[in-house]
Design a protein around this ligand. Sequence first.
Ligand code: 5RP
Length: 224
Amino acid sequence: MSQDKLKQAVAQAAIDYIAPCLNRDSIVGVGTGSTANYFIDALSIIRHTFDAAVASSKVTAERLLGHGIPVVDLNSIGTIDFYIDGADESDYKLNLIKGGGGALTGEKIVASVAKTFICIADESKLVNTLGQFPLPVEVIPMARSYVARKIVALGGEPIYRQGVVTDNGNVIIDAHWMTIANPRQLEQDLNQVTGVVSNGLFAYRPANLLLLGTPAGIRQLTAS
Ligand code: 5RP
């Protein structure tokens, strides 16, 4: 089974999971990336069962609107019942690395507001220890070199993601080869660096549920 088929299957599994809980007032938070795109496609089929969506990025907002799903500003609502998004890596505690698509800050904000964060991914994303995937860090442009030096001091190898400007007008530095023995500590340490807007570690706000697409079917994991 291809990775795309696994992503599609797990996106449908998320729909099956949330559908019985939705009502006409429900707001669904939607992530960014290819797995999230499959989710949006499937969400459009049950469009009549919820009120609207909150998008984690401009590209997601466009896709939602393209499917006829209303998109509301996060500032105009209270809580979000579910946030559904992919990940670049998840460990068994459901700490995540996200931001491969550069939308980490919007994703972290919407995930923080949501009562339940369901991460959807193909099985290749589950790892024992985070860090094989380079950790994205969103940075104010004028702080780029300074933050890169701080990443070196924290044990990483910073690579500037050339040509990428985030939805917030910032740049991305990918921190390669970080040792992530303590995801919370590193998330906090990176956030302390002046010029860092956010980083792709989701350890203070991990997923509540990980749905994993495998050739044998969908695996459900809660934090262990
Ligand atoms: C985007 C993300 C994505 O969720 C992550 O990169 C996974 O993407 P995909 O579903 O395409 O594998 O964090 O910023």
